[in-house]
Design a protein around this ligand. Structure first.
Ligand code: SF4
Length: 319
């Protein structure tokens, strides 16, 4: 695609950034409030396995505020108050994030979602639900659809890898075929779809990771979250890493990778995250020793200096 067209489209950055989506959609300062409803995951509780994904420690990506617990209403109110004070937030998206947030009966999900969305009807504008491809069905999709009349609804799937060999190695507990089925079931339902990926499993080649862009381009998804692999305390991977450290991305290498990945990605997809974020107390490696904004600036500056734009090599696929 022509870079002049892409420059115009993205306005301030070299990629379709999430802040632009929020601004255009809500015309106010919108902040996500993370809520922990106490779910688990099927690869933790024994239904598909034990121990969860081998790189995961839920605490490493759950903010301290959320870890304080409380009812859903208390968590939403606490999160809103903090976001108003610290970021002058005006509107809110309630984000059911930790663990698998559709891993329960539909009536239980309805109870939780209804409670969260009713806390402040004039300030809450969206519902975002993080889940796994093997924990969604038509009934749950219908429930989420029922909220789209009044709220922006986003369903977020962990893809992590498109390779079954990796999915087995990291103990995900399902195959890539289930991701494909989940996407087909969820797309075109008035629900925004977000896909979360992880790059840097030491056995995956660069070519294999770049092919993820082609797979994402096959679906009608609105958002992606791109993450580099983190080894965090309390995970099975941390144990393996301690026994025998393996190669992880440096910031420079990950930036080089993104400079190849981004041009392949459909420019209509908004990017919610360019890299992984873990609590510093939980992170073992790679520690890039920079704050989030400095990492963001480093990567974005590389896009500019190398004249890299999301979608510049994108060719329309079947969707
Ligand atoms: S990565 Fe997600 S699905 Fe895997 S164990 Fe952690 S919360 Fe559960």
């Amino acid at each position: 695609m022509e870079t002049d067209y892409l420059k115009n489209k993205f306005e301030q950055k070299n990629y379709n950034y999430y802040g632009k989506f929020l601004k255009e959609k809500f015309s106010s300062k919108v902040f996500k409030i993370i809520v922990d409803a106490g779910f688990t995951c099927p690869n933790r509780d024994g239904s598909k396995g034990f121990g969860g994904c081998n790189y995961c420690n839920v605490d490493s990506f759950t903010p301290g505020e959320t870890r304080k617990g409380g009812t859903i209403t208390e968590q939403v109110l606490r999160g809103m108050e903090r976001a108003k004070k610290s970021y002058e937030a005006e509107k809110f998206i309630v984000y059911f994030q930790p663990n698998t947030n559709t891993y329960a009966k539909t009536e239980t999900l309805k109870k939780y979602f209804d409670e969260a969305l009713s806390v402040s009807s004039n300030e809450i504008v969206g519902l975002s639900v993080g889940t796994r491809p093997d924990c969604i069905d038509e009934e749950k999709i219908s429930l989420l659809q029922s909220y789209t009349k009044d709220f922006n609804v986003c369903l977020e799937f962990g893809l992590e890898s498109i390779y079954d060999e990796t999915l087995v190695k990291i103990n995900r507990g399902y195959s890539h075929e289930e991701f494909e089925k989940a996407m087909k079931l969820s797309q075109n339902k008035g629900i925004d779809l977000c896909v979360h990926t992880v790059f840097g499993f030491p056995w995956e080649t660069e070519e294999q990771m770049l092919a993820v862009a082609d797979e994402l381009n096959n679906y009608k998804i609105q958002f992606v979250k791109l993450h580099h692999l983190h080894v965090v305390k309390g995970s099975k991977m941390a144990y393996d890493y301690k026994k025998k450290p393996f190669k992880l991305f440096t910031l420079e290498e990950y930036t080089d990778f993104l400079c190849k990945f981004l041009p392949k990605l459909n420019p209509e997809i908004f990017i919610q995250r360019l890299f992984g974020i873990s609590d510093w107390d939980e992170l073992i490696a790679p520690n890039w020793k920079l704050k989030k904004t400095l990492i963001q600036n480093y990567i974005e500056n590389a896009f500019v200096s190398r004249n890299v734009f999301q979608g510049m090599n994108y060719t329309q696929t079947k969707n």
